[in-house]
Design a binder for this molecule. Structure first.
Ligand SMILES: [Zn+2]
Ligand SMILES: [Zn+2]
Length: 129
């Protein structure tokens, strides 16, 4: 009788292990596109050029959202975004240091598997034009 119970328990454990491995396999599959979504870990902030690791994201706003060709306002990364960020936010177009309420504007293209941001200017140099 005891042997039967042990055999039954082993069978249950085996089933559970298979179930677990299936779960980890499916979660791995789910994680892969998410990693592509967040981009490569070796990102650089377009404003202060700080290398950004995973989870450190550049704060930005896209409008109209979801369009293939839209505009993006880039505010900065955790290293340069005021008040916590200490790095200077430099406009890649006019190379001026952005004021606290300033930001950079760019055209944002979404192509299958690719995202491209073309920076047009900041609140300082876009006003002049
Ligand atoms: Zn930055
Ligand atoms: Zn500028």
């Amino acid at each position: 009788m005891e042997y039967l119970v042990i055999a039954f328990l082993i069978a249950v454990i085996l089933i559970l292990m298979q179930f677990k491995s299936r779960l980890t396999k499916t979660s791995r599959k789910e994680k892969k596109p998410a990693a592509v979504e967040t981009g490569k870990p070796s990102k650089f902030c377009p404003l202060c050029n700080s290398p950004l690791s995973r989870g450190e994201n550049v704060r930005s706003k896209v409008y109209p959202a979801g369009e293939k060709d839209s505009l993006m306002e880039v505010y900065g990364c955790p290293y340069c975004l005021p008040p916590a960020g200490k790095e200077n936010r430099i406009c890649p177009v006019c190379s001026k240091v952005l004021p606290k309420d300033g930001y950079v504007i760019g055209r944002y293209f979404v192509k299958p598997g690719k995202r491209h941001l073309h920076i047009l200017g900041c609140t300082l140099c876009r006003k002049i034009k």
